[in-house]
Design a protein around this ligand. Structure first.
Ligand code: PRX
Length: 655
């Protein structure tokens, strides 16, 4: 029996991190939220809070009712009518048409600038083209593109005519694309001749062709010209984007959508089995992402140059590159390529060039920059930055401190934002003008959000004890179902503790001040000598050592301890790894969090296996540590490192 399924009550949280950083006075002075009133308001009257926020959107028809919570089913803004693209474009064109919506930078160095007027124009033309292709309200359109302006254009064009988009990350291979098209039963696929990644062309069209061979639902493939590669075009099915929009005007009246009409499907790979089509609807979603974006990133749309460096193929890009920022009339940076192309300072040169004021990225990127060294950001003037954000995994306190110092110059609050594809919007996060920050903690629930931490029996755990993170109250941007699998929605998210309690699948603890610390996925928890340990804490203790950039911790069965800890460690550039260092690292963990957590074995490796969105795949490392065959590798981005690690682990075990 694995540690996961054993009926042990809580997680032992051992890591103690006491650093506290107050919002810098200069930041606080200009912040949108300067005190706790917004929390009090939302606690007192949740529906009133969201209804007031909803006034910031344009509605064709006002809602009759704010929220109907019939667990586990929820509806927001019942009877309200609106259009997401209209909210993201038309109202800004009316008031500030020449504000830039996107500064786009291609990987080879070419650039484009789209004002709100220009973006509106492009979206209108493509929306008309889609209508001409027979796409109607409710139809599904698959989008498989790199980070080019046509990606948000295509999403908004769908939203304008009421079609449901399903964006598939451009780094996925043909099989993954095929499964997603098939599940959504999409009629049109929008792709490109290719996209640029680290100086090479990613052959999107070739993968699209292969996928579509097995997708009878696809009638039309629209192809954006990006790299200029010669690609085969299937007559009667494939059309060039340029040719298609040439004939269209930009005048395209938006569909009046019901607040609960679907806006998009986005697939997230469950730990096992078929990917889940997470379905988001129009009104609550748009409201949730625009309010959180505005308050958490402290958006001053006339001044800010905001950069969310995620890929639009993930929910972070949907919510915080497309819908949230555009609903708020923000100017964003959009970058096509790799952070280390042509050199490891590419991001910092972009931040300097466009004078970015806000940067939102993931711990995996921060740890890569940490590994490469502070000299790369130091080459550039980053003084325009005033706020930093992170999302995607628990951030190790040392990585947080590095971000705060090397990128933020100890001037920019760091907002560690916890959320999921399913939640649609950020739910646990600091508000940068008021929240006392703690490196490694996502701090407190967003106004109106009610998380809790439960043991196996559904009882609340004591402070500093780890347990299951759950959500007790609905929020507007939550997903409404799994497309085509409502029973899986109920079973997976609303059955463990009852119909009204959303199970996040994450472990967490609350400290004495009520601040939340995320402990990683519950499935990754280890059982060592009768204690349930989170991999995050052992990893953070390792990253705390000055030689270490990144680490992944797993366990393998052990006759004495039940499970023994195996740590995979990546060192910073220029550090030499030897047996002395390994011994030192083991002691470092013992000193930081206790002998219990001292790794049994440490394997030094140049990289760690990650998902395509940059999360460490501990599941595969468990297979390696246990010397067994690898499980499902479809979502693995860097297959070569697993082989390397396997070889390294084998040598160590034989020693
Ligand atoms: O485990 C949590 C982790 O990422 C999961 C959600 O992943 P995904 O649906 O791909 O969405 C990623 C972008 C929202 C969560 O269940 N996670 C996300 N943000 C954090 C986090 N873990 C700790 N701290 C965070 N800030």
């Amino acid at each position: 029996m694995s540690a996961v399924s054993e009926k042990v009550l809580t997680i032992d949280a051992l890591l103690e991190e006491h650093r506290v950083i107050h919002p810098p006075a200069a930041f606080r002075a200009g912040a949108l939220v300067k005190d706790d009133r917004v929390y009090e308001e939302a606690d007192r009257d949740l529906e009133g809070f969201w209804a007031r926020e909803a006034e910031r959107l344009d509605w064709f028809r006002r809602w009759r009712r704010v929220c109907k919570w019939d667990p586990p089913w929820v509806k927001w803004f019942l009877g309200g009518r609106l259009n997401a693209a209209h909210n993201c474009l038309d109202r800004h064109v009316a008031t500030h048409p020449d504000r830039v919506a996107y500064f786009w930078e291609g990987e080879p160095g070419d650039t484009r600038r789209l004002t709100y007027r220009e973006l509106h124009h492009e979206v209108g033309r493509f929306a008309n083209a889609l209508r001409r292709l027979g796409v109607r309200r409710g139809d599904r359109v698959a989008i498989y593109l790199g980070m080019v302006p046509e990606l948000p254009v295509a999403m908004l064009a769908c939203a304008r005519i009421g079609a449901v988009h399903s964006v598939v990350f451009g780094g996925f291979a043909a099989d993954a694309l095929r499964d997603r098209i098939d599940d959504a039963d999409a009629e049109v696929l929008i792709t490109a001749d290719g996209s640029w990644r680290r100086g090479k062309v990613v052959p999107l069209k070739a993968s699209a062709d292969e996928a579509v061979k097995a997708c009878p639902s696809i009638r039309t493939v629209v192809v954006v010209r990006r790299t200029g590669e010669k690609v085969p075009m299937t007559p009667g099915r494939d059309l060039w984007y340029d040719d298609l929009v040439k004939a269209e005007t930009s005048d395209c009246p938006p569909e009046e959508m019901d607040a609960e009409d679907p806006l998009y499907i986005l697939y997230t790979s469950g730990t096992t089995g078929k990917p889940k089509g997470i379905l988001h609807t129009t009104g609550g979603y748009l409201l949730g992402v625009s309010t959180t974006h505005r308050l958490i990133f402290d958006i001053h749309p006339e001044q800010d140059i905001y950069w969310c460096a995620a890929d639009i193929g993930w929910v972070t890009g949907h919510s915080y590159i497309v819908y949230g920022p555009l609903a708020n009339g923000t100017t964003s940076i959009l970058y096509e390529g790799a952070p280390d192309y042509p050199d490891k300072d590419r991001w910092w040169s972009i931040a300097e060039k466009y004078q970015a004021t806000i940067l939102y990225t993931a711990p995996t990127a921060i740890r890569a920059f940490m590994k490469w060294g502070p000299e790369y950001p130091a080459r550039h003037d980053l003084s325009s930055l005033r706020l930093l954000g992170t999302v995607g995994e628990p951030i190790n306190p040392e990585a947080w401190m590095w971000y705060w110092k090397a990128i933020g110059g100890e001037r920019c609050p760091v907002v560690d934002t916890w959320w999921q594809t399913e939640t649609g919007m950020i739910l646990i996060t600091p508000l940068p003008g008021v929240t006392r920050l703690k490196p490694g903690s996502a701090t407190r629930p967003f106004p109106g959000v009610q998380p809790d931490i439960l043991d196996e029996n559904g009882n609340q755990v004591a402070p500093n004890q780890g347990g299951y993170l759950v959500l007790r109250r609905p929020w507007p941007a939550q997903f409404r179902t799994i497309y085509g699998s409502p029973e899986r929605y109920v079973e997976q998210y609303f059955s463990k503790f009852g119909k009204g309690i959303y199970l996040t699948g994450d472990g967490a603890k609350r400290d004495d001040h009520g601040d939340f610390w995320l402990l990683g996925r519950i499935d990754d928890v280890m059982n060592v000598a009768g204690h349930r340990l989170s991999t995050y804490e052992v990893e953070s203790a390792l990253v705390d050592h000055p030689a270490v950039a990144e680490s992944a911790v797993v366990s393998r069965p052990d006759p004495d301890a039940g499970e023994a800890i195996v740590a995979f460690v990546t060192l910073k550039a220029g550090v030499n790894g030897d047996e002395t260092l390994i011994a030192e690292l083991r002691e470092h963990v013992a000193k930081k969090i206790g002998k219990l957590a001292r790794p049994h074995a440490i394997v030094l490796s140049a990289d760690l296996p990650k998902t395509r969105s940059g999360k460490i795949m501990r599941r595969l490392l468990r297979d390696v540590a246990r010397g067994r065959a690898l499980g499902d590798v479809t979502t693995l981005a860097n297959a070569e490192v697993v082989e390397e690690i396997r070889a390294l682990a084998r040598t160590r075990h034989e020693e």
